[in-house]
Design a protein. Structure first.
Length: 131
């Protein structure tokens, strides 16, 4: 945004649900408020993302519309997150702050666990689990 010739009124970010979740977390860090969601299926980024964000001055998540897919090559796995441009520093700081607390993208998956019934299976089955 620092390289634009005009001062933007809002920012729209397209991304997969996990990335959009991170932006929602970053923005919600400041207010604790839920982000508004618009899933009307008509005029996705235009109506729900651009117009409503502009007039209401709130952060929104919306489905991309047909125009996004046809003209901007938006992919099937993408959502959009829109916020007023004055919120950019807050969103950036929120991303940094939540990242320091261990909330980051890609989302780490917890795979270091032992099934609670594995020992029982081994005892009852008389052998090793999985054999």
């Amino acid at each position: 945004m620092t390289r634009t010739r005009v001062e933007p009124h809002l920012v729209m970010v397209f991304g997969n649900p996990a990335r959009i979740m991170r932006l929602v977390q970053a923005g919600s860090r400041w207010t604790g408020e839920r982000v508004r969601v618009g899933f009307g299926g008509i005029g996705g980024s235009c109506n729900e993302g651009l117009v409503r964000t502009f007039f209401e001055g709130v952060r929104r998540v919306a489905l991309p519309g047909n125009g996004d897919r046809v003209f901007a090559a938006t992919q099937d796995d993408e959502l959009l997150f829109a916020f007023p441009a004055p919120w950019a520093d807050r969103v950036e700081e929120g991303l940094e702050a939540t990242s320091r607390r261990g909330i980051r993208y890609p989302i780490p998956t917890f795979l270091n666990y032992r099934l609670p019934f594995l020992d029982l299976m081994t005892r009852v089955g008389g052998g090793s689990a999985g054999s």
